[in-house]
Write a protein that binds this ligand. Sequence first.
Ligand code: AN7
Length: 347
Amino acid sequence: MRGVIEQYRPYLDLPDTPAVTLGEGSTPLVFWNTWGASEIFLKLEGTNPTGSFKDRGMTVAVTVARHEGARAVICASTGNTAASAAAYAARAGLQSFVVVPKGRVTQEKMLQALAHGAQMLAIDGNFDQALDVVRTTAERHPAIALVNSVNPWRLRGQESGAYEIIDDLNRAPAALVLPVGNAGNISAYFHGFRRYGRGIPRMLGIQAAGASPLVAGHDFDNPDTIASAIRIGKPASKPYALEAAAVSRGGFYAVSDDEILGAQKELAHGGIFVEPASAAAYAGLKALREQGLLPAGPVVGILTGTGLKDGSTPRQWIDASTVETPAERVGETIIALMEGTGSHVAH
Ligand code: AN7
């Protein structure tokens, strides 16, 4: 694990300064299945050091912040940016401040940020309002670097996902399918493919139906979905995202919370555990397949974060399947379960 900066420094136009890195990037691109003429690959971004794709951009943003003399970093977050910012700030010896929508961030993500020493500030409001607050704060205080994806260095780092896919497939895929919240990632991938100069896939952005401003064509004042990471009603990178979809002949599609949960379960039963926001990408792949909208050739789904970051959602289907049994009856209980006979509860 060399880290994004060492791997791709010539593409990043960075100042000559040591990298703040945790060995992010180089994530697995897993062949999943053949669907008609499409070969489906899934990129497991949950294998990054803090469990999400945010680390690709954070290594670059925090490297530059430290180089420019910042004393602290600040971000608004639905959780993953917070965890990543806190970890990279800790690595760099900087303070971190995280503004979150109160009660709307998973415990696991809060725990991560706090473990790395972040100061958490919870506001009565949603992500979009939190982002407004941190933008104003960073403008007024030059020693505090804003590390949301409105920081161009974040997006430069996230472009590395596109470079890796081309390096792995030895060509650009026919389509890229990814979940969209603030629309930073889809913008970064688009610019990454463009910069790498080996072709641009159709950029297909998936939003949760209750938070789907790019599908509906208007902002959402009260975004609502089980996928808390992408509960965002006013995407900051909207203009870039619209350009990405238009230039690549892609588009934006909405999936329901039920489709997201079904996709999460299907992936888990295939060995891949992701959080609901990431499952939205797979739900999108399935919906596009149904509608005959997947092109022939390699199609890559970006699974943005690990399932361990949101225990609340899958717990509903996990609790039902644990069998209590006396130790001496474990063997016979298993045999009975394998044969599909007998009671699950061997008391
Ligand atoms: C798992 O952490 O916005 O469209 O504050 O955590 O680039 O915003 C997270 C977003 C997809 C959407 N998947 O990416 C935050 C935050 C996961 C995410 C997205 C997020 P963008």
